[in-house]
Design a protein around this ligand. Structure first.
Ligand SMILES: [Zn+2]
Length: 250
């Protein structure tokens, strides 16, 4: 069954989501594409979304039905997950069962059947495209690393990071799509939808006020912020509610 989720995330604060690629003269930099637009790697979103979905599924059902990332040895395939009355399915490629979160997000033994696209910054509706293209998307800020042990500024630990521009609330569009088993599609996309709604921050330096998301109701532009389709049909609020109910303890 084909499924597709399109969504928007808007940040309340500046963000710093590095890919490990560092700009010239800056210690850390948030990721940009070749046109200078801010981007968030799909893997960054996928990792955070799995945390949220795992939290929700564990709260509704039994935490022990799911493996515990991020260490590979604590993840599926996991013989301890095979027990009576558990919804863990046998994966065709492995002799051990794969938990349902790994069926959605994938693990070493079974890649996800869903694709989590790179999130790309969108031009705001109330700004001319040309002005937006010319705007500086990042600003370098200097910080002092504090020694955690002595609670004083560590010597020569001034560092710089290029975050998104201050006073700006960047808006991103992303997409999750692929094929899911028909019997599980509504339940799986409902959990993904609940996870997206629960996201509150992305990226590093949250304690320094970076990477906080606006709640969906606070988005200034670009509604609808979330659309879920199963087999080409938009998921209704009632189907979403029933899909989430499906995660309750058996
Ligand atoms: Zn698992």
């Amino acid at each position: 069954m084909e499924v597709e989720i399109t969504y928007k995330l808007q940040f309340e604060s500046a963000l710093l989501i590095g890919s490990g690629v560092v700009a010239a003269g800056v210690d850390r930099a948030t990721t940009q594409d070749e046109r200078g637009r801010l981007i968030i790697p799909g893997t960054t979103l996928k990792g955070r979304l799995r945390d949220e979905c795992q939290r929700i599924a564990s709260a509704l059902g039994r935490p022990e039905d799911y493996c515990q990332p991020p260490r590979t040895e604590d993840m599926c395939p996991h013989p301890f997950l095979a027990k009576p009355n558990s919804r863990v399915a046998l994966a065709s490629s492995a002799e051990f069962p794969i938990c349902e979160l790994c069926q959605i997000f994938g693990c070493t033994w079974q890649p996800s059947s869903l694709i989590f696209t790179t999130l790309i910054e969108e031009a705001p509706a109330d700004l001319s495209r040309q002005l937006w293209e010319e705007m500086a998307k990042t600003q370098v800020r200097a910080s002092v690393a504090i020694s955690r042990l002595r609670r004083v500024a560590a010597e020569e630990r001034l560092y710089t990071s290029a975050t998104s521009a201050p006073g700006w609330q960047p808006l991103f569009r992303g997409r999750i799509f692929g094929s899911l088993p028909e019997a599980k599609a509504v339940r799986f996309v409902s959990l993904l939808q609940a996870g997206l709604l629960a996201l509150h921050a992305l990226g590093g330096s949250k304690s320094r006020g970076l990477g906080w998301l606006l709640p969906p109701a606070g988005h200034s532009i670009g509604l609808p912020f979330l659309e879920v389709k199963v087999g080409g049909k938009i998921l209704t609020p009632e189907e979403f509610r029933q899909g989430l109910e499906g995660w309750r303890k058996l």
